[in-house]
Design a protein around this ligand. Structure first.
Ligand SMILES: O=C1O[C@H](COP(=O)(O)O)[C@@H](O)[C@H](O)[C@H]1O
Length: 232
C-alpha cells in the first residue's frame, strides 16, 4: 500500500490525474483497452476536474461504476447522470463507453443485468479492472459496502444489490470484494477533516472497516490531503 499525502483538494485532483494517465496508457499499450471503475460522492468532482487533463486514447476506455444508485439517470443521485453532464462534454468519451444501470427494474434485477453487461465487456467471467477509483464515507464505507452489512461477506455475486443502504438513496448496486480485490490498481482519494478520524482508524489502528478490506491483488494507493491525513 502506498500512502500519498498532498496539500489540498487541488493537489488530489492533479495526483489522481497523473496516476490515471500512467495506468490508462500502460493498460492500452499492453492490453489494448483500459477498464476503469468510477465511484460517486466526492470522487466525482475530482474526476470531472482531473480527467480532462489526462493525455490518453479515450477511444480505448471502458467505464463502469464501482457502485450506482438505483434511480433514474436524470436524478441528481445518479452517479452516471452526473458524469454524463460534467465529464463527457469535457473529454472525447461517449456515452456508449459507459456501462450503465438498466433503468426501470428492481435493484436485484439491475445487479444481475450489470453482471451480464460486465461479462460482455470483459468477454469473460473474470472482471479484472485496470483501475478502481474509490471514495470512503466518514463511516468507513466504500462503494456501497457499509459497516456491519451482510454484503461485506458476499463471496459469490460479483455485483450485488442493496435495498437498505444507510446512506440515501437506499437502493443501489455495488461491486463486491471478489471483484474489487481482483483489480490491478485501486486508488482511494480522500479529502477533508471530516474523514480524518476514519482515515486514522483504518490506516493507523487497522480497524476492520469496509474500506480496509480493499486489499487488491495489484497496487493500492491512498491519496490524502493534509486535513484527511491529520491524525496519521
Ligand atoms: O454513497 C457513496 O459514498 C461513497 C463515499 O462518498 P463521499 O462523498 O464521502 O466521498 C462513494 O465512494 C460511493 O461511490 C457513493 O455511492
Amino acid at each position: 500500500m502506498t500512502i500519498i499525502k498532498v496539500t489540498d483538494e487541488a493537489e488530489i485532483i492533479n495526483k489522481l490525474a497523473s496516476y490515471v494517465e500512467k495506468i490508462s496508457n500502460d493498460a492500452i499499450l499492453n492490453r489494448g483497452k483500459f477498464f476503469i471503475g468510477l465511484s460517486g460522492g466526492s470522487v466525482v468532482k475530482y474526476l470531472c476536474e482531473g480527467l480532462p487533463k489526462v493525455n490518453t486514447d479515450w477511444s480505448k476506455w471502458v467505464l463502469a461504476f464501482c457502485d450506482e444508485r438505483v434511480v433514474p439517470e436524470n436524478s441528481e443521485d445518479s452517479t452516471f447522470g452526473t458524469y454524463e453532464k460534467q465529464l463527457i462534454p469535457k473529454t472525447n468519451l461517449s456515452r456508449k463507453q459507459f456501462i450503465v444501470l438498466k433503468q426501470g427494474v428492481s435493484a436485484e434485477e439491475a445487479a444481475k443485468d450489470y453482471t451480464e453487461q460486465l461479462k460482455s465487456a470483459f468477454n469473460s467471467d473474470n472482471f479484472k479492472f485496470d483501475l478502481l477509483l474509490l471514495g470512503m464515507g466518514p463511516d468507513g464505507h466504500t462503494c456501497s459496502l457499509f459497516p456491519n452489512h451482510p454484503l461485506l461477506k458476499e463471496s459469490t455475486l460479483q455485483v450485488a444489490s442493496i435495498t437498505d443502504s444507510p446512506k440515501p438513496p437506499p437502493e443501489r448496486i455495488t461491486l463486491t470484494y471478489p471483484v474489487i480485490n481482483n483489480a490491478r490498481n485501486c486508488i482511494f482519494a480522500i479529502s477533508g477533516a471530516g474523514k480524518a478520524d476514519m482515515v486514522k482508524r483504518i490506516l493507523k489502528d487497522n480497524e476492520d472497516l469496509p474500506a480496509a478490506r480493499v486489499q487488491p491483488q495489484g497496487s493500492l494507493y491512498w491519496i490524502l490531503d493534509e486535513a484527511a491525513a491529520a491524525n496519521l
